[in-house]
Design a protein around this ligand. Structure first.
Ligand SMILES: NCc1[nH]cc(CCC(=O)O)c1CC(=O)O
Length: 309
């Protein structure tokens, strides 16, 4: 079977697509890459939050799949909308990479040694809120751009620090720039962080079966289902000030979630556990629990603030 893999052209996206290609080839399948430019890559100015939840890094890749220009969409799961684009299904995922966020700061600085008022770049509402919660004095500024671009703003002196996913830095061989791996309990990662998700057409049963069989890491898949179910129920988009992370052990899944106000001053967290087969139900249970304790209101406030008036 031949698979055309649709991917963005960034270094990280290409790593993810090549890894998928490798796994398919090991399973005796043929796979080639189709590079797609996304609106998120074209427009590098607009604050991410203003795009809302349309999936600016994923919509064109999935459109290539529904149009028949490609067969499989390769995505960073954390960039995927909680409700999938019409016409595609999530059918596979790679083994999860490192889950943590990482601080990349000038002069080897760490979160608690950054000077007062230091400028830290991040386009993520979640990271912004968590940074402000830890260090209310920091000047958190919006930045955009792919991983090497953002790193360049620190090495070039424009920023004192930035926060990036450890997984992406490791995959690009850039983890030597990390000055502190942020504790995942405090800096709860984004839903899906470190997981690569694979989509195919909703009616492409044969391909969905092939992906399920050859490119669907069971633990990452269960975690993805639980975390995405949590965020979907919370009505948070992929850039909401919310984190969620599931771990799997001996068929049991533990799911933690946290929602913050944009200034980091308020936060509601929770944790649920249960059998792996109930992954999606666990996500709903956690969201309802956090919502009941005020988390839903924090999500709504953040959405209203970022979409402006
Ligand atoms: N929004 C961009 C994006 N999407 C996925 C990753 C990192 C890799 C991953 O989490 O799987 C990144 C860069 C970053 O957050 O540093």
């Amino acid at each position: 079977m031949i698979h055309r893999l649709a991917t963005r052209g960034s270094a990280l996206a290409l790593w993810q697509a090549r890894r998928t290609q490798e796994l398919l080839r090991e399973a005796g399948h043929d796979a080639e890459l189709v590079i797609i430019e996304s609106s998120g890559d074209r427009d590098r100015q607009t604050d991410l939050a203003r795009f809302g939840s349309i999936g600016i890094f994923t919509v064109e890749v999935d459109r290539a799949v529904t149009d028949g220009r490609a067969d499989i969409g390769v995505h960073s799961l954390k960039d995927m909308t909680t409700t999938l684009h019409e016409g595609v299904q999530l059918a596979g995922c790679l083994e999860r990479g490192m889950i943590e966020d990482a601080l990349v700061a000038r002069d080897g600085l760490r979160l608690h040694t950054l000077p007062r008022g230091a400028t830290v770049g991040s386009g993520s509402q979640r990271r912004g809120a968590m940074l402000r919660a830890a260090r209310p004095d920091l000047n958190v500024v919006q930045i955009r751009g792919n991983v090497p671009t953002r790193l360049g703003k620190v090495t070039g002196g424009e920023l004192d620090a930035t926060v990036l996913a450890r997984a992406g830095l490791v995959r690009l061989g850039l983890d030597g720039h990390i000055t502190e791996v942020l504790d995942a309990k405090r800096f709860l990662p984004a839903v899906g962080q470190g997981i690569v998700g694979l989509t195919c057409r909703v009616d492409d049963d044969e391909r969905a079966d092939a992906l399920a069989r050859h490119v669907r890491d069971a633990d990452a898949w269960a975690a993805a289902m639980a975390e995405r179910s949590f965020l979907r129920r919370m009505k948070g988009g992929c850039n909401a000030p919310a984190g969620g992370h599931a771990t799997v052990r001996d068929g049991e899944l533990v799911l933690s979630g946290r929602v913050l106000s944009l200034d980091g001053a308020e936060s509601v967290e929770g944790r649920v556990e249960g059998p792996i087969d109930d992954a999606e139900a666990l996500g709903i249970r956690l969201a309802d629990d956090i919502d009941r304790r005020g988390g839903g209101r924090l999500i709504e406030l953040a959405r209203a603030a970022s979409q402006g008036s």
